[in-house]
Design a protein around this ligand. Structure first.
Ligand code: ADP
Ligand code: 5GP
Length: 186
């Protein structure tokens, strides 16, 4: 059974929404908190949503080998601290909200323990609408995220499971079914 569960999707695909609900509904799932150089969005708290770092501090994490994986995305650095793995004890599973390359390198490092779930938007048009409705990114950021979406979608067949996020409730129930079949964390 799997202990490391990665969720990837194009930005705006719905992975944070789905992950948040899993964390609320099932206490044995805990979130891996990433380090990033991006600025906090409204409501984001250091140490809860991300560890917000300067570029210099992030570089030090790389240089001292403290990250499992890291990527440059949208002009910022994002990476998973090795220390997050200490959160797995007993019945706990660790959830990662990371980009496609980060998810694949995690599977490469921990092939027996990793389950990769790709959350796909029903279409690029719907994705654009959701990014706009989220109102958290500038026009430039939205265009950047849409441009990257096709690149991210091209990785979906390398994932263990693909869930289409059209109706949120159906997508969530499909994710829970997959987690019940592949983990011992309920
Ligand atoms: P991601 O974490 O993949 O970037 P989010 O979870 O932030 O994406 O979702 C992007 C936006 O789309 C959010 O405003 C969210 O509320 C909305 N959203 C997510 N899933 C759905 C859905 N199935 N139908 C409509 N809106 C959705
Ligand atoms: P956002 O800025 O929307 O929070 O995240 C942008 C992208 O970075 C998302 O695809 C998110 O999943 C990804 N991301 C967040 N943390 C990490 C990480 O630690 N490693 C990698 N590879 N990607 C991450």
């Amino acid at each position: 059974m799997k202990k490391l569960i990665a969720f990837s999707s194009p930005s705006g695909g719905g992975k944070s929404t789905i992950v948040k609900r899993i964390l609320t509904d099932f206490p044995n799932f805990v979130l891996s908190i990433s380090a990033t150089t991006r600025s906090p969005r409204t409501g984001e708290i250091d140490g809860l949503h991300y560890y917000f770092k300067t570029f210099a501090d992030f570089k030090q994490l790389i240089d001292t080998n403290q990250l499992i994986e890291w990527e440059e995305i949208f002009g910022n650095y994002y990476g998973t601290p090795k220390s997050e793995l200490t959160k797995i004890d007993g019945k706990k599973c660790l959830i990662f909200d990371i980009d496609v390359k980060g998810a694949l390198s995690m599977k490469n490092n921990y092939p027996d323990d990793s389950l990769l779930i790709f959350i796909a938007p029903p279409s690029l048009q719907v994705l654009e609408q959701r990014l706009r409705n989220r109102s958290s990114d500038s026009e430039q950021q939205i265009n950047y995220r849409l441009k990257r979406a096709e690149f991210e979608l091209s990785f979906k067949n390398q994932f263990d499971e693909i869930v289409i996020n059209d109706d949120l409730e159906i997508a969530y129930q499909n994710v829970i079914k997959i987690l019940k079949a592949n983990t011992n964390c309920f």
